[in-house]
Design a protein around this ligand. Structure first.
Ligand code: COA
Ligand code: AMP
Length: 630
């Protein structure tokens, strides 16, 4: 197929294009209305159609005679477990859990938080919610109780589904105690906490609201999937914004199913029955779309991997999983490859595994540096595809659509717009810039199916954050440029969001916590280059006069505060005491300048700076503490 023709048809006639794609799903009621506007005057897809994600991910395949095919392969080096779960088994688990949730009083329109490690029960929980129209919100396990509490208060779940514990390298993560701690902090209390006991001698504190997962299943009847409107919110996924409060991205049902089914074939190039592996976590959008819903909708076997690219037990784990489970397409973040490359620079461990099953290696989550791209290409000897998307989009916006037509790979570029996304690079005035000129990355409305519907309980923030800056366009928050061939190069966020090991984090949120320390007069938190994680947060603090001179104690306290409030995932490990911060004459802290000095990038000294001498002061602090890329 010709990419350009196919892409053009999606932009020239989106309704026709997506109507055709929607017909690849088994709807309970086929939609007649393809594109319309909702009560907020924003676009929605397939408004009068009815379907169910859980049905499409499970029952449909059983009806088609594939009940014995593996739906999930759970591979857990941290517990030394491997388990193959067929669509028939998945049906049993999910339909019974859905029955259990219903018996506890959960029904369509309710919300439920899922806070779980990478175990099959996390997927069962998501699909059980989807089966009965309960909107789930999965919270990544690396977030601390306080972050969980913020999300509970925002989406007011009737129940929380959790597990006794998770397992990180050399560490047990106490999920259930974290849930208890979070509930203590909330105003809105969930009625029930359903706890899956992993039975590994980890003590589970008991509370009156607890329900044992296994007992619930034993006493429940299997139930069928119910028809849901295409616009029904299948989930809320919180992601970092530019303030301390995360944004609850709302995903629909019909548009999402259409887009994911389309993407499995056309973006990732997999056919039904193939094995597909996204090495992410169910707590992130990659996990939602490409560990759970995308592959299962397309009748692929999905790998659920509970481990890390390194140290579980070593840097060969990824290659073992690919060859052992016959993975055709794999997806990870460049940071994982950098971690592997550091441990095994020559890729010697790859040679011990037969990777002939692998056809494509996809990378996303952060910009892929050229060295990582080349190393992966040379070692794996398959096309390595950098592709760009966000929690908001739910599926790729820029990619080399290998299922349509494999294009040349240009290092540093996430390739070309995916069908449905009219990507335009605009200047501050909203005019499209010429090839080679950097600007703000936008997509002309309407966005294709599967993209965010709105922000949970906050339509105003949705409008102001994404739609108002350039009327008629969705603003991504990223900067970038196109080359003469239309390839897009993403250069990074233009706001206070940073990307640490493929995890999206808000420096504003960290700054709020640092600023709340009683010894801190003012502070700045920003992202600096990190060889493995891409970026890492750095905090600079000015202490109040009369505050202690024991800088080490203050630093330790601040680092502990951020870990306690946000969680280990923030990777906040560097904080330096300075005498003052560079500011404009109107008092605005020059964070970009601080970052550029640390990254030893060329920078223009802003003409508005209040005192130029501070630049040398900051450079000297960085030098003393070995901050910098070299
Ligand atoms: N539950 C609890 N804690 C978690 C966690 C989870 N699910 N995931 C990470 N953490 C903790 C880690 O244990 C670590 O704690 P520490 O500071 O005590 O060491 C901290 O959060 C930071 O984790 P991470 O950023 O993952 O760093 P790491 O040093 O443990 O591992 C990599 C580095 C590169 C190997 C790892 O980040 C990785 O595999 N990244 C892949 C990225 C990815 O999947 N991104 C998703 C988008 S595609
Ligand atoms: P998240 O919402 O967590 O998926 O993070 C989305 C952000 O990660 C984007 O806005 C980008 O800043 C960054 N990102 C994701 N994929 C890429 C990529 N392939 N290249 C550059 N940046 C990326």
């Amino acid at each position: 197929m010709d990419y350009q023709k196919f892409y053009n048809s999606s932009i020239d006639n989106p309704e026709e294009f997506w109507k055709t794609q929607s017909q690849n799903l088994d709807w309970f009621k086929q939609p007649n209305t393809i594109l319309s506007k909702d009560k907020h005057d924003y676009y929605q897809w397939f408004a009068d159609g009815q379907l169910n994600l859980s049905y499409l991910c499970i029952d449909k395949h059983i009806n088609d005679g594939f009940g014995d095919q593996n739906a999930i392969i759970y591979d857990s080096p941290v517990t030394n477990t491997k388990k193959h779960i067929t669509f028939n088994q998945l049906h049993k688990e999910v339909s019974k859990l859905a029955g259990g949730l219903q018996a506890l009083g959960l029904s369509k329109g309710d919300t439920c938080i899922i806070y779980m490690p990478m175990i099959p029960q996390a997927i069962y929980a998501m699909l059980a919610c989807a089966r009965i129209g309960v909107t789930h919100s999965v919270v990544f396990g690396g977030f601390a109780p306080h972050e969980l509490a913020i999300r509970i208060d925002d989406c007011k779940p009737k129940a929380v589904i959790t597990a006794s514990h998770g397992i990180e390298i050399n560490r047990i993560i106490p999920y259930k105690p974290f849930v208890d701690e979070a509930i203590k902090q909330t105003n809105s209390k969930p009625e029930k906490v359903i706890v899956f006991d992993r039975e590994q001698d980890v003590e589970i504190p008991k509370k009156p609201y607890d329900v044992d997962y296994k007992t619930l299943l034993e006493n429940s009847d299997s139930i069928d999937a119910i028809p849901l409107e295409a616009t029904h919110p299948s989930y809320i996924l919180y992601t970092s914004g530019t303030t301390g409060k995360p944004k609850g991205i709302i995903r629909d049902t019909g548009g999402y199913a259409t887009a994911l089914k389309f993407s499995m074939k056309h973006v990732y190039g997999v056919e039904e029955g193939d094995v597909y592996w996204a090495a992410s976590d169910v707590g992130w959008v990659v996990g939602h779309s490409y560990i759970v819903y995308g592959p299962l909708l397309n009748r692929n076997t999905t790998i659920l991997f509970e481990g890390k690219p390194i140290k579980t037990p070593d840097a060969s784990t990824f290659w073992r999983v690919i060859s052992e489970h016959n993975v055709k397409v794999m997806f990870t973040a460049p940071t994982a490859i950098r971690a592997i490359k550091k441990e095994d620079p020559e890729g010697d461990l790859i040679k011990n595994h037969d990777l002939s099953c692998l056809k494509y290696q996809f990378l996303a989550g952060e910009r892929c540096d050229v060295a990582t791209l080349h190393w992966t290409e040379q070692k794996l000897k398959v096309p390595v595809i950098d592709h760009w998307w966000q929690t908001e989009s739910g599926w790729p916006m820029l990619a080399n659509m290998v299922g349509v037509q494999l294009q040349d790979v240009k290092p540093g570029s996430a390739s070309l717009p995916v069908c449905g996304y009219d990507i335009q690079i605009l200047n501050e005035e909203g005019q499209e810039v010429e090839a080679g000129v950097e600007g703000l990355v936008t997509a002309k409305l309407p966005l294709p199916p599967g993209t965010l519907l709105n922000l949970w309980e906050n339509p105003q923030r949705f409008k102001s954050g994404y739609l108002e800056r350039f009327p008629g366009y969705y603003f991504s928050g990223d900067g970038g440029y196109k080359d003469e061939d239309g390839y897009v190069f993403i250069t990074g966020r233009v706001d206070d969001i940073i990307n640490v090991a493929g995890h999206r984090l808000s420096t504003a949120e960290m700054e709020e916590i640092v600023a709340s320390n009683t010894s801190v007069a003012e502070c700045a938190v920003f992202g600096v280059h990190c060889e493995i994680k891409g970026q890492k947060p750095l905090g600079l603090v000015v202490l109040k006069s009369g505050a202690t001179t024991d800088y080490e104690a203050i630093q330790t306290e601040i680092i502990k505060d951020v870990r306690k409030e946000i969680g280990a995932v923030a990777s906040f490990k560097d904080v330096l005491v300075v005498n003052r911060l560079p500011k404009t004459r109107s008092g605005k802290i020059l964070r970009k300048l601080l970052r550029n000095i640390a990254d030893e990038q060329q920078f223009n000294i802003p003409s508005t700076i209040d005192d130029i001498a501070i630049i040398d002061e900051i450079k000297s602090v960085y030098q003393t503490h070995h901050i910098g890329i070299h």
